[in-house]
Design a protein around this ligand. Structure first.
Ligand code: SMG
Ligand code: MG
Length: 367
């Protein structure tokens, strides 16, 4: 494919409710979108970096800068590119997986639209719809949390994930277990603990959780392996898994028995499929994480979730969990599931009027 131009567009969407994690409160989602244009096609990519470098070291303004200054010039230097070649072309630039993943996604969407192939068929989807879970932020009180969980269960979500941090772990998990019984339940700490907290984390073993996600810092893979010997709740890694190779290492070390896959965190959907394959070969089940995506990223995440080794419900919630009005036709939960888009590329329609309304800035970069 020849590349004509890339459009970088910053948008801001208010969240339906503030989302509190161990690293802060989010009340709006600022997103960087990329539109790749070729002579015969166009494709969309969504950069999952947040406004501030609190989930990981990447953040939106830095992603925008590295894309403009270092990634696009490398792509424009090629006379022709394919989505499969993007990661290698961008390889000399260290790090910035979310920025690279967004660029690759835009190229891949354009390429698949031209070929008439959906993301799902390209990636190897084996299901037409996927089971959905929901991620619930840290609440102001146990009562407030009960109400939120109750609402999501009523909407049909097939698994509940509670955000935890020191001081908000045992009591909320116990309360949810007691009130809602045997529901599929898991927790996510976003690296808020240290190995010295292992006695507190072990108390969660009483609640038969599906998993505990990323209790310790990103770099502390060995410490997760130590923790795995102490707690019986399965350990799932999120932030630590930055590539298929990192996944293979973490598994070999005994640091996790489940992996959360986020395409942005590993540099794109092609590497995400490799993470899936490595885990599958090792008997480690995976599930799809979320970064408060718009319908653009959600469409691709739902397609990814349809691969065979996605054995647990993902953080792929309906559009109304996040936004009053999404920039695509909304994803609507049916019996706790979302349908995998079947149209070419990401397979979802972008609502141009809404997109324009929420746009903060727009820049077109040509070869
Ligand atoms: O997209 O539903 C979603 C959010 C899921 O909890 C979620 N994501 O660590 O897994 C995670 C967090 C990262 C983003 S928190 C603002
Ligand atoms: Mg997480």
């Amino acid at each position: 494919m020849k590349l004509k131009s890339f459009e970088l567009r910053r948008i801001s969407l208010p969240l339906v409710a503030p989302f509190r994690t161990s690293f802060g409160v989010q009340s709006e989602r600022e997103v960087l979108l990329i539109r790749a244009e070729s002579p015969d096609s166009e494709g969309w990519g969504e950069c999952v970096a947040m406004s501030e470098p609190l989930y990981s070291s990447e953040y939106l303004a830095a992603a925008e800068d590295v894309i403009k200054s270092h990634l696009l010039p490398r792509l424009f230097a090629q006379s022709e590119i394919t989505a499969n070649s993007v990661a290698e072309i961008l390889g000399p630039v260290r790090g910035h997986p979310m920025a690279k993943g967004a660029v690759e996604m835009a190229v891949l969407d354009a390429e698949l639209k031209e070929a008439g192939t959906s993301f799902g068929s390209f990636l190897g989807a084996v299901r037409k719809s996927v089971d959905c879970g929901v991620s619930i932020g840290i609440a102001d009180s146990i009562e407030e949390l009960m109400e939120t969980v109750d609402g999501y269960i009523a909407q049909g979500y097939r698994r509940i994930k509670l955000k935890i941090e020191p001081g908000w772990d045992y009591a909320p998990v116990k309360a949810v277990r007691e009130r809602f019984g045997d529901i599929p339940l898991q927790v996510d700490a976003n690296a808020a603990y240290s190995l010295a907290d292992s006695r507190q984390l072990k108390k969660l073993d009483a609640f038969d959780l599906l998993l505990i996600e990323q209790p310790l810092p990103e770099e502390e893979v060995r410490a997760h392996a130590e923790l795995a010997k102490i707690v019986s709740t399965p350990i799932c890694l999120d932030e630590s898994i930055t590539s298929a190779r990192a996944a293979a290492d973490a598994i070999a070390m005994g640091a996790c028995s489940i992996i959360n896959i986020k395409a942005g965190r590993v540099g794109g959907y092609i590497e995400a499929r490799r993470v899936h394959d490595v885990c599958d070969a090792s008997g480690v089940p995976v599930w799809c994480g979320g970064m408060l995506e718009t319908g653009i990223g959600r469409a691709a995440n739902v397609a990814l979730s349809a691969l065979p080794n996605f054995k647990l419900p993902g953080d792929t919630s309906g559009s109304d969990r996040y936004y009053h009005r999404d920039i695509t036709d909304p994803f609507v939960l049916k019996d706790g599931r979302l349908d995998v888009p079947e149209a070419p590329g990401i397979g979802v329609n972008i609502v141009k009027d809404i997109l324009d309304e929420v746009t903060l800035s727009e820049e077109v970069i040509t070869a």
